[in-house]
Design a protein around this ligand. Structure first.
Ligand code: SAM
Length: 163
């Protein structure tokens, strides 16, 4: 359980005392392998010219990659598993100046989902080699989607779609 009275809050930061779920009902589809072995070694945001990283899917999801290589850019969602989940105000610089959690892209959030737009380098079976990630080695993988720019909707239009 998260310790809400923990002394690691920075000046001005506020944690909620409400119950914080420690679990997720999403199913992980694989594991991300990166050269970043500590949080300090991770970039704040991924660099499309950064090191190659691996999206290693569980074998049962390999078929779900069918058609993916036609996309140059993908959106990757991942579970920032080492994050605390109870902060409502955060001080990114530790200087007492605070921002609401939802006004930040901090990994510390009630549901610690990370999102990066990555460049697809190649596919090797159930593994995608990509550039542009900022997460720790062995971060759980939640989802992969073609980036919205460059993506043409495959389903027929609905009335609610703008003409
Ligand atoms: N690009 C994503 C986004 O915008 O949603 C994540 C941005 S977040 C600022 C990236 C930082 O999260 C890294 O620099 C590192 O400090 C931290 N981080 C990376 N992997 C993590 C993990 N598995 N658990 C907790 N923190 C992690």
């Amino acid at each position: 359980m998260t310790d809400h009275s923990s002394p690691d809050l920075r000046d001005g930061e506020v944690a909620t005392s409400a119950d914080i779920a420690e679990d997720a009902t999403v199913q992980f589809i694989g594991t991300i392998r990166t050269p970043f072995t500590t949080r300090d070694l991770c970039p704040r945001q991924g660099d499309l010219d950064g090191p190659e990283c691996r999206l290693e899917l569980l074998p049962q999801w390999e078929q779900a990659l069918h058609g993916i290589t036609k996309f140059e850019f993908l959106d990757v969602l991942y579970w920032l598993h080492q994050s605390r989940r109870d902060l409502v105000l955060q001080s990114p610089r530790g200087d007492g100046k605070t921002f609401g959690t939802f006004a930040l892209r901090s990994p510390v959030r009630p549901n610690p989902i990370g999102l990066s737009r990555v460049k697809l380098i190649r596919q090797e079976g159930a593994v995608l080699i990509v550039k542009g990630l900022d997460c720790l080695d062995k971060t759980p993988l939640i989802d992969i989607k073609p980036s919205r720019c460059g993506y043409t909707v495959q389903a027929p239009p609905k009335d609610a779609d703008a003409g």
